[in-house]
Design a protein around this ligand. Structure first.
Ligand SMILES: Nc1ncnc2c1ncn2[C@@H]1O[C@H](COP(=O)(O)OP(=O)(O)OP(=O)(O)O)[C@@H](O)[C@H]1O
Ligand SMILES: [Mg+2]
Length: 212
């Protein structure tokens, strides 16, 4: 029996743009609602600028909604669309830092490190500074950091932008394994070719969510 681990109801969010006297409000979310249960991969799809990242930021608590409610159960990880990394730290140092921040033991950090390097195949960059990494490897590290603490719920904002084909396939193997182990995943995607990879898909249209 799947239980709901994320439920968002009637989320509203506007941005204020421009400076006075040409200040105006841009309403991005106008009552968006969705739910994610454990053991499912849910897609969030929409045009550029439709508000997918805004909705995800609201769901993880990075942005405050103007209205609506969010209920989350258990731990979660978030992979933002733009990697948030430290240029002068190596991959290993990122894993140590994020592992410690999540309260993992040394042994747990080592296991998480091996898991991340093996599943996404970037162990050879363990000692490389982020400033010297390619965009695709930065994305791998960004994704690895979101999953380090084995969260119940994963929020991934276009996680495979920049991945080569092999890594892209590895990504879907990894997400399927997590789903089968009981995690819930919400993944922002553009590609219609990914449709079969999702258990359910939500379209974000005119600020509201429509389930396919
Ligand atoms: N901090 C901000 N201040 C003002 N407007 C913003 C801000 N962030 C996003 N917007 C606007 O809100 C709208 C939705 O942006 P958002 O990044 O959520 O879209 P998206 O669906 O994730 O797009 P993409 O597919 O390009 O990633 C866009 O019109 C964008 O310009
Ligand atoms: Mg986005």
């Amino acid at each position: 029996m799947n239980t709901t681990i994320l439920e968002a109801n009637e989320i509203h969010k506007s941005y204020t743009k421009g400076v006075w006297p040409r200040r105006r409000r841009l309403e991005v979310l106008s009552g968006a609602s969705l739910r994610v249960a454990n053991g499912e991969i849910v897609g969030l799809v929409g045009e550029n600028g439709s508000g997918k990242s805004t909705l995800m930021k609201v769901l993880v608590g990075d942005l405050q909604a103007d209205d609506g409610s969010i209920d989350r159960a258990g731990s979660f990880g978030y992979c933002p669309q733009t990697p948030v990394l430290y240029e002068r730290l190596t991959c290993d140092e990122h894993i140590d830092l994020f592992g410690a921040a999540h309260g993992l033991s040394v042994g747990e950090i080592e296991r998480a490190r091996r898991g991340a390097y093996d599943s996404l195949d970037f162990a050879h960059f363990a000692d490389t500074w982020v400033q010297d990494l390619s965009g695709g490897t930065r994305s791998k590290l960004n994704l690895a950091l979101a999953m380090l603490h084995d969260p119940d719920l994963l929020f991934l904002d276009e996680p495979y932008a920049g991945f080569d084909w092999d890594t892209y396939l590895k990504f879907w193997e990894l997400t399927a394994r997590r789903r089968d182990a009981g995690s819930g995943l919400l993944i922002i995607s553009h590609f219609i070719v990914d449709e079969d990879r999702f258990d359910r898909i939500y379209d974000l249209i005119d600020g509201r969510i429509v389930e396919r």
